[in-house]
Design a protein around this ligand. Sequence first.
Ligand code: AMP
Length: 495
Amino acid sequence: AGLCSPRTMGDGFHDECGVFGIQGHPDAAALAALGLHALQHRGQEACGIITHDGAHFWAEKALGLVSEAFGDAQTIDRLKGDMAIGHNRYATTGDGARRNVQPLYADLASGGFALAHNGNLTNAMALRASLVTNGAIFQSTSDTEVIVHLVALSRARGGPAERLADALRKVQGAYSLVAMAGGEVIGARDPLGIRPLTLGRLGDAHVLASESCALDIIGAECVREVAPGEMVVLGPGGLKSLFPFERTDRPRFCVFEYVYFARPDSFMEGRSVYAARKAIGAVLAAEAPVPGADIVVPVPDSGTPAAIGYAQAAGLPFELGIIRNHYVGRTFIEPGAGVRHLGVKLKHNANKRFLKDKSVVLVDDSIVRGTTSKKIVEMVRAAGAREVHMRIASPPTAHSCFYGIDTPASADLLAHTMDTEGIRAMIGADSLAYISLDGLYKAAGQAAGRDPRAPAFCDACFSGDYPVPLTDHAAGRTGAEVTGLLPGRRGKKGA
Ligand code: AMP
């Protein structure tokens, strides 16, 4: 759920999100809060839950963490009903933040409609411009609101699911959605299945969640994943499955979920994310060994599973040579270059005794701007390491994501402008190597590697191969000219 606003970083979007839905449980709100808590890693800036009690909708939304927003019984008690949807987001700062908190809600001619979205639409600005021209009044700068307007205008026969399907046929991009209307909870995944969505059961109740770890926390069993292009309608009559879009036999699940984004105890496409990360480390060890290395050290927490895989495959000792302070949020997520810089220092410390005089293999999941790697390499050297070899559990991140992962504009991606030797020199390592794209595919379960004619994943951030058209981006639409929200910053990129 990106923003139609120039405050997004250039052509990148802030939209890491987690969604949750539950239907048919008397404790729907409390379970939604727990589910969102398990999905906290997908977005820490804001969260919200909307419930329905058969007659009314109830909403609670807040900036901040789920434990802060939904940690008290009174808040949960205000959320009445046996069905709920919820959302975690990484929002923009400033005036846009509050009104973009999801789930969104609207009173439509057909009744109340609530919507939560993980992903990013690539033609939202084009659709928004035409909706506004026709009199639509937008309340937020979120791309998700476009879907609400399209549902409002839909003349499709049937119920909320049919109107939502009708709306979704007009949008491009990546979306895993949970919606609530007409006494039903609806889950939907974009035709290529770029973002994840899992279906679970808790007794008679149905559950939807971005990741299976959100089913685990409430003791729900995982039934299956919502299929790419599938819409599941959960109501008193049970579960109904629809395929409203042209079906593809070539889905493109986001490979970066395996690399970094998903929690390691989640399962995606039936695979353990942790196992995939360890396999990535093992492939990396085979592709980029370090002769004479003494120890393998992860950059915690993001590099840990891959480092374990690397150490095991290379037959090297695995040591926690860097300790992370868990009370600091994800470095990357703190806005502003100055704070980000400070964040890295706050977050990691060298475990000196284990690094002194060692040749160290450092493993991290990815290099984006290089801030983390540079600091960590300096820190390990300052602790007395003899050699520092950086190994990265993904190919170079050279292209911006337009489908729901928060990456900066291409120009700010180190690998967009520099080759590996340039990056090595910049971060100050003795050597630097990334896993190959083929190697990543193998580790993610594609034994034959990447088939360039039919890749099994969306890997646009590494390959530049964007599987869904970038309509707004191609038209140079930044959102500023559409929303007019931030006078003085109109059309400026890289704000
Ligand atoms: P940087 O310091 O800019 O190179 O950021 C790299 C670190 O940010 C990596 O070690 C990852 O753990 C983390 N990271 C990578 N991609 C993302 C993302 N989309 N959102 C949040 N954190 C990220």
